[in-house]
Design a protein around this ligand. Structure first.
Ligand code: NAD
Length: 264
């Protein structure tokens, strides 16, 4: 197969099923010739990820729970052993207790604050450090964020705080690894119906509000996200780093709802 990712090998972290954003990204990368490895969180998800990886001609799947740093180390040891180097990594991992993805942000508990931060934010820094050690000057890293980082979205609560920290991490990591020629970027996705998305209270209402009020009058699909990820992970974006790139059908530029909604 030929394509703009031909000869590149990358690690995809965060496929849970065929609705996952990481799956949309994987399909776009594989269609352009990338060779992929996948992590999965726990055996139940592993049973779903294995056939999906096989669809993209990969048998390289590795367990990883980012709360257990030994399992993160084992992933990069396996990559080093099998491939020797890594061209890109996708971090599409997020978690918070769904009991706190509703109601007041002020009611967030200390335990869930720490856990959300470690899984949804700090894991990217730990992964970036290990990935960079296997990358040459054309390496690229990508994480996924959401507009609830900078504006208040009902019920997003502590995840918004974690995403703000994740976006700041993207900038600091871009500065750390830029001198090596390694790029670090994020996609800020509009709402997508996924397992993680469903954990947020009133997710359906937020999804439909975005559909009605974004300039494109729809939400971004995992295929849209795949196209933008392909750009950010390929040499096409070789001058881009530290960027938070919105892929949300334009929702982030809106202020008031559409005029037809204001009038009715
Ligand atoms: P998803 O449920 O398909 O994927 C989330 C992934 O995180 C799963 O694969 C899960 O196994 C993994 N994960 C959670 N805790 C983990 C842990 N301790 N160790 C390892 N993996 C762990 O949902 P998704 O919506 O595709 O989420 C991917 C990313 O996109 C997340 O960072 C999410 O915050 C972000 N995002 C989602 C939306 C949306 O509306 N769905 C919008 C913007 C950003």
């Amino acid at each position: 197969m030929s394509g703009i990712m031909q000869g590149k090998r990358g690690l995809i972290m965060g496929v849970a099923n065929n609705h996952s954003i990481a799956w949309g990204i994987s399909k776009a990368l594989a269609a352009q010739g990338a060779e992929l490895a996948f992590t999965y969180q726990g055996e139940a998800l592993g049973r779903r990820v294995k056939p999906l990886a096989a669809e993209l001609n990969s048998d390289f799947i590795i367990p990883c729970d980012v709360e257990d740093i030994a399992s993160v180390d084992a992933v990069f040891a396996a990559i080093g052993e099998r491939w020797g180097k890594l061209d890109f990594v996708v971090h599409a991992i997020g978690f918070s207790d769904k009991n706190e993805l509703k109601g007041l942000y002020a009611d967030t508990t200390r335990d869930n604050f720490s856990r959300t931060m470690v899984i949804s934010c700090f894991s990217f820094t730990e992964i970036a450090k290990r990935a960079a050690a296997l990358m040459d000057e054309n390496g690229a890293m990508l994480t996924l964020t959401y507009g609830g980082s900078s504006r208040v979205i009902p019920n997003y609560n502590v995840m918004g705080v974690a995403k703000a920290a994740l976006e700041a991490s993207v900038r600091y990591l871009a500065a750390d690894y830029g001198p090596k020629g390694i790029r670090v970027n994020a996609i800020s996705a509009g709402p997508v119906r996924t397992l993680a998305g469903a954990g947020i209270s009133d997710a359906r209402a937020i999804y439909s509000w975005n559909q009605k009020n974004s300039p494109l009058r729809r939400t971004a699909t995992i295929e849209d996200l795949g196209g933008s990820a392909l750009y950010l992970l390929s040499d096409l974006s070789r001058g881009v780093t530290g960027e938070i790139h919105y892929v949300d059908a334009g929702y982030n530029i809106t202020s008031l709802p559409t005029l037809d909604r204001l009038r009715n």
